[in-house]
Design a protein around this ligand. Structure first.
Ligand code: MN
Length: 136
């Protein structure tokens, strides 16, 4: 189980992503704007942020740069949620500091398996004690 912040302004995408993550047993926090999402990230320090690229108040990559330049939030995994993942875009996404991306439209299996691998890369010290993957 992980604490996952979704920053996404599209209601349908948000509903689907939150439903899938809740069903998989994760705690989901939702934000529809970049600035609100950044504040939540600073306050709640989630294990993973799913960051939409096009947000009403700020580019998701700019928001990622802010979070990755802040010592308080730079260790949080950020995966971009993006409809455009061409070669150049992938480079931009990584240059902004994103740890990976998930292509939209959301496909259940790909979405969940990408989230699963993102979370499993979180250092053990940040995980809950009940984590079955943690070595004794
Ligand atoms: Mn959007």
């Amino acid at each position: 189980m992980a604490k996952i912040l979704i920053i996404e302004d599209n209601v349908q995408n948000m509903k689907l992503a939150a439903f899938l993550l809740n069903s998989a047993g994760h705690v989901v926090i939702q934000a529809s704007h970049a600035l609100g999402g950044i504040a939540i990230a600073q306050q709640h320090h989630p294990d993973l942020i799913l960051m939409d690229i096009q947000l009403p108040d700020m580019d998701g990559l700019a928001a990622t740069r802010i979070l990755k330049s802040d010592p308080a939030t730079r260790d949080i995994k950020i995966y971009a949620l993006t409809a455009f993942a061409m070669k150049g875009d992938e480079e931009k996404i990584h240059a902004a500091g994103c740890d990976g991306y998930i292509a939209k439209p959301i496909r259940y299996q790909t979405f969940l398996s990408t989230v699963m691998s993102a979370i499993s890369e979180v250092p053990a010290a940040q995980k809950g004690k009940s984590d079955p993957n943690e070595q004794p």
